[in-house]
Write a protein that binds this ligand. Sequence first.
Ligand code: LMR
Length: 395
Amino acid sequence: MFTSISPAPPDAILGLNEAFLADNNPDKINLGVGVYKNDQGQTPILESVRKAEALILEQETTKSYLPISGSQAYATGVQGLLFGEEHPLLSSGQLKTAQCPGGTGGLRVGADFLKFAAADAKVWISKPTWANHRSIFAGAGFELAELPWYDPETRGLNFDGLREALKQVPAGDIVLLHVCCHNPSGVDPSPEQWAEIADLAEAGGWFPFFDFAYQGFGEGLEADRAPLLLFAERGLRFVVAASCSKNFSLYNERVGSFTLLAASADEAETAFSQVKRLIRSNYSNPPRHGAAIVETILNTAELNSLWRSELDEMRNRIHSLRHTLQEALEGRGLGDFSYIGRQKGMFSFSGLSDDQVNALRKEHSIYIVKGGRINVAGIRSETLERLCDAVAAVS
Ligand code: LMR
């Protein structure tokens, strides 16, 4: 059975993590996988999470199965995060949310569902995008096409290119959009640009698939959801895959979701029955613990405000690290790094070439994703100087 199988290449991000763990250099630095770390290099369990877990341990009465679509209280909590608790869509019946294993699980459930709903559609992804997007949508059977996104000249958004390309997307095709903190570039559209993208969706009739993995890491929980509110206000229909890995720091609990917004409650109900059918034949129903933590936090006033302050702290730390990194690199006369301060979220698209990325890994045990994406949240005061010296050495 297995004799003719050739080895798969290591994963661009998680494979790099394995290489980092195997490196014996005590001074190694991991700026690869998108995981938040504090200044001691740890990914601590949030205080709000610990308190929620204590409550769950006390109150939990069963380990029986969840429904196929997961916990309803979690689904309602997710919809509140996506649109705001008071948003009229929450009581309209037009929204349906499935609890999924991580944002990746949400993306795959959504991809399988859209393949069922629109077998001939193409999926348009930004260039560049998170490496796994390609695998997820190709794995679901879609043909993929690319849209311009990052402009290496300005180190910002190639909006002219994007606008022209979006005009060419056929009606009924699917466009994957990162709601905020574009991964890997950190380059997001401005509110005016989002409004134009919504105009183009309306005029062109293509279908938006939003990936929302970093809510709270851009400008904040409320500000980051603005593109979803905008598209909803226009009466557009769309789907969202969201993740609680980063904003609740629940990486290994695999907590995410898939949400669809349909034209009516009836339409939503029917479409969601197919989502549930697809989940049942995939992983049957989702695990309970991580989602229980999220719903306990969201539904307990004291924990909710504690969590929000912990999330603000993570975002502010990354923000200040961006400026520290910018100053340290500029201090070495390596050029203008103001773009690091302008980019949003966990990542900075450093402009390092693949040769430089390889040299940093081989000669300095510094791990950066191919393409030059740096996890800013992985930088520590203790390692900053060594990192900047190494970047200078390979520049
Ligand atoms: C990343 O981009 O590093 C994260 O989303 C983690 C992952 O699964 O790749």
